[in-house]
Ligand binder design. Structure first.
Ligand SMILES: C[S@@+](CC[C@H](N)C(=O)[O-])C[C@H]1O[C@@H](n2cnc3c(N)ncnc32)[C@H](O)[C@@H]1O
Length: 304
């Protein structure tokens, strides 16, 4: 079973996930938005080497790169995080918003929401935030995300009225892409099912072997025949060594992560390609969390 909430909040892999997600939902303005693995509404900020490299560096460099300066993510995240100053006695404060809070804030009452998480603490926090934002149409369900979102999209078994029709986007952000609840699908299988059924999809993946980069794109390529886009980011050292990384422990050379999109309009792909390229430019020759120099290599893949 995965961990509780998202211990990786605010790391560079979380930043790229949220940069792309915010472009997708901001441009589409879906009438329905669901998350299979919602996490917590927000996380108390910390200043450590991972967040220095992730959200804190992003906030510093984004204003100098037009595609990042104009990104929906920068506008959404800025009010939450108070970076403080690097060095002793200057802790970052404020919070890092999770994907559910970012989505609720961006889409407001024009959208019906479903957020799933197995962690009771995350579910309670999400309910408080949804209510506090004055949203009318939302559900937070403490159960398997794949089973719950599938039933919600089918309009089955709900006491409340069938969710409003209109464009749906589902964000799938698993710790374990292959874990299955009894009678359910894995995150990756469900992504394939949603893609084939025409639902807007934002799927996050990570890896820690250079040879595995874009692996979720390649697996989804075989699971569905619809068009797909993938924005993959690899962390490299300046030597370009091809060493294995350690996703989930630290952001080291060899770590990689990305998002796969399906059933989203071409201007979303254009926007995500622009912000992905800008993110890599903003991180050229930067000090990695371990202290060595490195870069982010952004590659996009597309099956038309
Ligand atoms: C990576 S975190 C989600 C982060 C969040 N989407 C964000 O971007 O801020 C993964 C979450 O999945 C939850 N989880 C693990 N297995 C699950 C399942 N089968 N169904 C629903 N949630 C699950 C964990 O409790 C954890 O909070």
């Amino acid at each position: 079973m995965g961990g509780m909430a998202n211990r990786h909040f605010g790391k560079i892999s979380d930043v790229w996930k949220h940069v792309a997600l915010m472009e997708a939902i901001g441009l589409v303005a879906p009438g329905r938005y669901a998350e299979t693995h919602a996490g917590s509404a927000a996380y108390p900020m910390v200043r450590d080497s991972e967040r220095e490299f992730g959200i804190l560096r992003f906030l510093e460099v984004a204003p100098h790169h037009p595609a990042l300066a104009g990104s929906r993510y920068l506008a959404a995240v800025t009010p939450h995080v108070r970076p403080g100053q690097a060095g002793h006695g200057h802790e970052a404060t404020g919070t890092y918003p999770g994907s559910a809070l970012l989505a609720m804030t961006a889409l407001g009452n024009g959208c019906s929401y479903l957020f799933c998480d197995l962690d009771p603490h995350s579910a309670t926090g999400l309910r408080h935030r949804a209510a506090g934002l004055g949203l009318r149409h939302w559900q937070v369900v403490e159960a398997d995300g794949m089973l719950t979102v599938r039933a919600w999209l089918d309009g089955a078994g709900s006491q409340s009225p069938r969710p409003a029709r209109g464009t749906a986007i589902v964000h799938i952000d698993p710790f374990d892409p292959h874990a299955r609840a009894p009678g359910g699908l894995s995150a990756l299988e469900f992504a394939g099912h949603l893609a084939t059924s025409g639902t807007g999809l934002v799927y996050w993946y990570g890896c820690d072997e250079p040879g595995e980069h874009a692996w979720a794109y390649r697996e989804l390529y075989d699971l569905t025949s619809v068009s797909l886009w993938c924005g993959d980011i690899m962390v490299t050292d300046t030597g370009g060594g091809g060493s294995p990384g350690d996703l989930g422990r630290a952001t080291t050379p060899g770590t990689g992560f990305g998002v796969v999109l399906a059933n989203l309009p071409p201007h979303v792909v254009t926007a995500c390609t622009a912000v992905g390229g800008a993110l890599a430019s903003a991180y050229t020759g930067v000090a990695l969390p371990g202290g060595t120099r490195g870069s982010l290599v952004f590659t996009s893949y597309c099956r038309p």
